[in-house]
Design a protein around this ligand. Structure first.
Ligand SMILES: [Zn+2]
Length: 483
C-alpha cells in the first residue's frame, strides 16, 4: 500500500532544524512528500492545525502495550453487571485483573463467566494468587489436569498458586488473536501521534508468527530491537531481518544488563538505601556484553543496552569500550537513571547514544528517594547533564510502562530541556538512530509520516499540552488515525 495522493491545506508546518512553524500546504504522493501538487488528490483542510514530522518513540513494547490495552480492569467492579459490562471487550482472549470478592460480595465462577462470554476468559483476583476461568479457557488451554493443584477446582473454574504458573506457560495465541493485540498496540501509538516505535517484542511463545504479523502491517514503522541473552539469540535477529521491509526493520540487539529501581534489581555500586544488604542484580558481565557487541558489529547492527543502575552502567561502558571509532552503528544505552559524571564523560567519549524516559522521573519520584537516598537522588536522572555534555538523546515512553502520548512525554521533558530540543529528540534524533537521514522533517522527498496537533508545541502552556489530543496521524501517506 503506497497511500493515496493527498493535499493537506491550511497547515502550520514545523521544521525541527529551523525551530519554527510556517504556513504552507503539503503535497503527498506515493507515500512521500512532493513539491508539486499531485493529480487526483484528496484535499484535507487542517484548519490551521500544527503539523509535525511523525514522532518516534525510541523505546517501547508494541505487543505488550496491545496486551495491556486488551486486558480488562475489574478493580472497581462492585456488581455482577459491572463484571458483565467489563467482559464485553473486543480482545480475543479475555484477560481480566483485579476482582475483589469483598467489593463484589460474591466470588465469580465458571458457570457465571460461561453465561457472559464464549471467548476464553481468565479473571485474576486482586492478589494475583487465584483466578477463575470459564469452560472455553479450560478447553483451550487444556487445564483439566490442574484439578486439585494447590486447591484448584475445575468444577467452579478456580485456579490457585502453582496452577496459575502452569496456565501462564500454556497461553499461546492464534494468529487472529495475536493480530488483534498487535492492532490494539498500533492504535495506541498512532492515535497519540507516534509514527515510529523502536519496539522490543520478541522472545515469546511464537516469534515466527509475531514477526510475520509485525512485518505485514502498514500502519506504523517498527524498528525491532531483538532481545539477546546469548549469541544463540542472533538467530531470532536473522529471522526478523529476513522479514524486514519499509514498515518493519530488524534494527538492533537488545541486551538487559540489570532490572529496575522499583523491584530493587537495578545494579548499584553502593547498596540500596532502603535495603542495606542489596546492590541489585547484574544479568550480564562486560565480557559477555563485549562478545555480543563484537557479533553485532560483524553484522553491522546496533546494540541497545538496558542500564538503570550505576553498576550496570560500568558494565555497559566496559562492554562497549572497543566499539568502532565514531560509533557508526549507533550503539545506545536505554534508561541511564543513575550514572556518575565520570561515567557520562566516558559515554560521550565513546559517542554512545541514549534513549531516555522523562516520564520515569515523575513516576519514580516516590520510590527513587527511598531506594537511592537524598545524595544519590540529586545526581540521578542525569538527562540535563547528558545534554550539556553533548550526548545525543532520543525520547521514549517504555510503554506500556508509561503513556504513549506525545503531549505527556513533552510535558515531562520540560523538566530537562527546551521544547525545541525535546521535539528534535522526539523526531530527528530517533530517526537518526535508525540510520535514516531523510526522515524527521517535512519536505520534498521525505516519507509522509506526519502528526497533526491542535496546539503549537513550541509555545503551548502546560495546561494546553495536558488537554491536547492528536488530530491526525499519517504513515507512508496513509491516514492511519483521525479524531
Ligand atoms: Zn522496556
Amino acid at each position: 500500500m503506497t497511500g493515496e495522493n493527498l493535499v493537506l491545506t491550511n497547515c502550520m508546518v514545523y521544521s525541527a532544524r529551523q525551530t519554527q512553524h510556517m504556513q504552507q500546504d503539503i503535497y503527498i504522493s506515493n507515500g512521500r512528500i512532493v513539491d508539486t501538487r499531485p493529480t487526483h488528490a484528496r484535499e484535507v483542510d487542517l484548519k490551521g492545525a500544527f503539523v509535525y514530522s511523525g514522532f518516534v518513540d525510541s523505546h517501547a513494547h508494541l505487543l505488550g502495550t496491545g496486551m495491556v490495552r486488551g486486558s480488562v480492569d475489574l478493580s472497581d467492579a462492585r456488581t455482577l453487571e459491572h463484571v458483565e459490562l467489563a467482559l464485553k471487550h473486543s480482545a480475543p482472549v479475555i484477560i481480566a485483573r483485579g476482582w475483589d470478592d469483598s467489593k463484589l460480595s460474591f466470588v465469580p465462577n465458571r458457570a457465571m463467566i460461561d453465561r457472559i462470554t464464549d471467548k476464553p476468559a481468565i479473571l485474576y483476583r486482586r492478589c494475583g494468587h487465584a483466578a477463575v476461568v470459564n469452560s472455553e479457557a479450560i478447553k483451550r488451554f487444556s487445564l483439566e489436569d490442574l484439578e486439585g493443584v494447590d486447591g484448584s477446582a475445575m468444577k467452579i473454574g478456580l485456579l490457585c498458586e502453582r496452577a496459575l504458573n502452569a496456565l501462564g506457560s500454556r497461553i499461546s495465541l492464534a494468529r487472529s488473536e495475536l493480530k488483534a493485540f498487535i492492532d490494539l498496540g498500533i492504535k495506541e501509538f498512532t492515535s497519540n501521534g507516534i509514527t515510529t516505535v523502536h519496539s522490543d517484542d520478541m522472545k515469546g511463545n511464537n516469534d515466527e508468527l509475531l514477526v510475520e504479523l509485525l512485518a505485514e502491517q502498514r500502519q506504523i514503522r517498527i524498528f525491532e530491537k531483538v532481545r539477546t541473552e546469548t549469541l544463540e539469540d542472533i538467530k531470532l535477529f536473522d529471522l526478523a531481518k529476513d522479514n524486514s521491509n519499509n514498515y518493519f526493520v530488524a534494527g538492533a540487539l537488545k541486551v538487559y544488563l540489570d532490572g529496575s529501581l522499583g523491584a530493587r534489581t537495578a545494579a548499584l555500586i553502593e547498596p540500596y538505601s532502603d535495603d542495606p544488604m542489596n546492590c541489585g542484580m547484574l544479568y550480564m558481565d562486560s565480557e559477555q556484553l563485549a562478545t555480543i557487541v563484537e557479533a553485532a558489529e560483524n553484522k553491522s547492527v546496533q546494540v541497545c543496552a538496558h542500564t538503570i543502575g550505576d553498576r550496570s552502567m560500568e558494565v555497559a561502558l566496559n562492554g562497549l569500550a572497543r566499539i568502532s571509532p565514531g560509533n557508526p552503528f549507533k550503539h545506545r544505552l536505554i534508561h541511564v537513571q543513575t550514572a556518575s559524571n565520570i561515567q557520562l564523560v566516558e559515554m560521550k567519549r565513546l559517542d554512545l547514544r541514549a534513549s531516555i524516559q522523562p516520564l520515569f522521573y515523575y513516576s519514580d519520584m516516590d520510590i527513587a528517594e527511598q531506594r537511592l537516598g537524598k545524595e544519590r537522588l540529586a545526581s540521578a536522572y542525569p538527562f540535563k547533564a547528558m545534554e550539556e555534555l553533548g550526548i545525543r538523546l532520543s525520547l521514549s515512553s517504555d510503554a506500556p510502562v508509561e503513556s504513549t502520548s506525545v503531549f505527556d512525554n513533552l510535558l515531562a521533558a520540560d523538566q530537562f530541556f527546551s521544547r525545541a530540543n525535546s521535539i528534535r529528540y522526539y523526531t530527528v534524533e530517533g530517526k537518526d538512530l535508525e540510520g535514516r537521514l531523510r526522515y524527521g522533517e517535512i519536505g520534498p522527498g521525505y516519507p509522509a509520516d506526519i502528526a497533526v496537533a491542535p496546539v503549537n508545541l513550541l509555545e503551548a502552556t502546560r495546561e494546553e499540552l495536558a488537554n491536547a489530543k492528536i488530530l491526525m496521524t499519517i504513515v507512508g501517506g496513509h491516514i492511519v488515525f483521525s479524531s
